[in-house]
Design a protein. Structure first.
Length: 201
């Protein structure tokens, strides 16, 4: 019973963190929220994996966030601020869209849980929350850093769902490499995009 309460608390923390990602325009807060998401992923993953394997998710996520943070902090603040455009801008629209998505996630959680025996409702809800909010973030922004964060959020949700199905160390290592690869590609695109913008100006 206690584990269920903690797991559902983690699900709501994941929703709050992913919603905050949609609303924040500060890259520091965005990366901090990404790191918080990986704490939730660690908790939901360790329900099916060993602590050491689940810790790989946490460490890999923090490494990805650190890589993006180091790259972003080294960029010209004026160029970086000029490139941070997203649409639509209205926060109310984003909140309502996220709330609608969360309602759909909660309503579809039990059906998906029946298709995957051995997985709890909280894990399914957390996984679907991250995947759908990641896709929503991808659809609402064209800024490279936000796009990479959206991809990492979607992948984190997939990893939670996949952890209940497969407990292979090799697969865990492969997913960790994919996370780090996304962070490196994102860092390159962030740098290249801003350099191109600076050349045009």
């Amino acid at each position: 019973m206690t584990l269920q309460i903690i797991s559902w608390s983690v699900v709501f923390i994941l929703f709050a963190a992913s919603l905050s990602l949609l609303l924040t325009k500060d890259w520091r807060w965005a990366l901090a929220l990404l790191a918080i998401q990986y704490i939730g992923v660690f908790w939901l993953t360790q329900l099916h994996w060993t602590i050491s394997m689940a810790a790989v998710k946490l460490v890999t996520g923090w490494m990805a966030a650190t890589t993006l943070g180091i790259t972003r902090s080294a960029l010209d603040p004026k160029l970086a601020t000029a490139s941070e455009r997203s649409w639509p801008e209205g926060r109310l629209f984003r909140i309502l869209t996220a709330a609608l998505i969360f309602i759909i996630v909660i309503s579809g959680t039990s059906g998906i849980a029946r298709l995957l025996p051995g997985i709890g409702l909280a894990e399914v809800a957390g996984s679907l929350t991250l995947m759908t909010m990641g896709l929503l973030l991808l659809g609402l922004t064209a800024q490279p850093l936000s796009v990479v964060i959206g991809l990492l959020t979607f992948l984190a949700g997939f990893e939670v769902l996949y952890a209940a199905v497969e407990a292979s160390i090799l697969v865990a290592a492969l997913l960790a490499l994919i996370n780090l690869g996304l962070a490196l590609v994102g860092s390159y695109l962030l740098t290249a995009g801003l350099e191109e913008l600076g050349a045009q100006e």
